[in-house]
Design a protein around this ligand. Structure first.
Ligand SMILES: Cc1ncc(C[n+]2csc(CCOP(=O)(O)OP(=O)(O)O)c2C)c(N)n1
Ligand SMILES: [Mg+2]
Length: 350
């Protein structure tokens, strides 16, 4: 992977963390209403998956979708304004946190209903297949969503008709406060896909490069016309289920252990240059010059100055997004009516 792409991925993870932490603050100030489900801890999944996708692919996500929207390229300003319920939000303030949508970027929505993403994605996959296009649809869902009936109906159809769907399970081990072994008879989520002969695997969702590579491989298979693929990413959310949930059902020691695996810290550690000492170079001897050159090349992606610049940049982006959302006007009743009327005359009677 080239350096520029690595830096962009790190930037997106930093932006994701800063955006969500700031959204939590704004929720506390009363600027965001309703439910707010945040993503800290899970950034490597959205960033790794979506950087492996093409602009022509479709994305279907859940209510924990702010970061998917940001990584897909919806500007932080319009995502934050949507969270604020403002007119300049990506859905004109009518969707809010759980219903981000952007047709141009083929971001086909966040969905509040657990298990709602599968039939939507399968339907999009059916359309792609009928048109015989080299496109795919990426369907996100949580570990708790795999016990919905829609999971089985959709996987069956996708497999039966070789639809170009990548099923992506964000397994953060919890369905609100219920741990996976208490809500699922088969807690190894990826194994369920074998019931439909869908190739499936489990991947470390805290390692952005592993996520990216697995997604790229799966999408290549899909574009070869071999039908759906399934990846379970093991991850962890550092916060409670939503802002209404203090997450007190999880032992402190468990949260602490996962915080040590913070995907952002890992990505930074992997990117900062680790230059060998002169003793190590001498001990390695002349034969390993090539090896050393490769190592330096691979490890020297990022300087601490660049890292500081990235952090300052995302802080400014988030600050500007909050300013933009605060200053954006409230939608009027007429705006709401216009949204209701937008499909008038296009109804299909069946
Ligand atoms: C059909 C349906 N049932 C119940 C709910 C309430 N609910 C909202 S989120 C959630 C937990 C889903 O957990 P998971 O799929 O693991 O996703 P996570 O929140 O962990 O990302 C539930 C039960 C809902 N939104 N929709
Ligand atoms: Mg979950």
């Amino acid at each position: 992977m080239d350096r520029e792409k690595l830096i962009t991925m790190l930037h997106d993870m930093l932006l994701a963390r800063a955006f969500e932490e700031r959204a939590a603050e704004e929720y506390g100030r009363g600027n965001i209403a309703g439910f707010l489900h945040l993503y800290p801890g899970e950034e490597a999944v959205a960033v790794g998956v979506l950087h492996a996708a093409e602009p022509s692919d479709y994305i279907v996500s859940t209510y924990r979708e702010h970061v998917h929207a940001l990584v897909r390229g919806i500007p932080a300003n319009s995502v934050m304004a949507e969270l604020f319920g403002k007119k300049e939000g990506c859905c004109r303030g009518m969707g809010g946190s759980m219903h981000l949508f952007d047709r141009e970027r083929r971001f086909m929505g966040g969905y509040a209903i657990v298990g709602e993403t599968y039939p939507v994605a399968t339907g999009i996959g059916y359309t792609i297949a009928m048109r015989d296009l080299p496109e795919a649809v990426i369907c996100f869902f949580g570990d708790g969503a795999v016990n919905q009936g829609t999971f089985h109906e959709s996987l069956n159809m996708a497999a039966l008709w070789d639809l170009p769907v990548l099923f992506v399970c964000e397994n953060n081990h919890y369905q609100i406060g219920t741990e996976i072994h208490r809500h699922s008879a088969v807690p190894e989520v990826y194994k369920r896909a074998c019931g439909y002969h869908i190739p499936a695997r489990k991947v470390d969702g805290m390692d952005v490069l592993a996520v990216h590579q697995a997604t790229q491989e799966a999408l290549t298979q899909i574009r070869n016309g071999t039908g759906p693929q399934f990846i379970e990413f093991e991850t962890y959310r550092f916060r409670g289920h939503s802002m209404a949930d203090p997450g007190s059902y999880r032992p402190r020691v468990e949260v602490k252990a996962y915080e040590k695996e913070d995907p952002i810290t890992i990505a930074i550690a992997e990117s900062l240059p680790v230059y060998p000492s002169s003793e190590q170079i001498a001990a390695a001897g002349p034969d390993s010059i090539d090896q050393l050159a490769t190592h330096l090349d691979q490890a020297g992606h990022l300087s601490s100055e660049t890292l500081a610049e990235l952090k300052a940049g995302v802080a400014e982006t988030v600050e500007a997004a909050v300013r933009f959302a605060t200053e954006s006007p409230e939608p009027s009743l007429a705006d709401a009516q216009a949204c209701l009327d937008c499909n008038r005359g296009m109804e299909v009677l069946i």
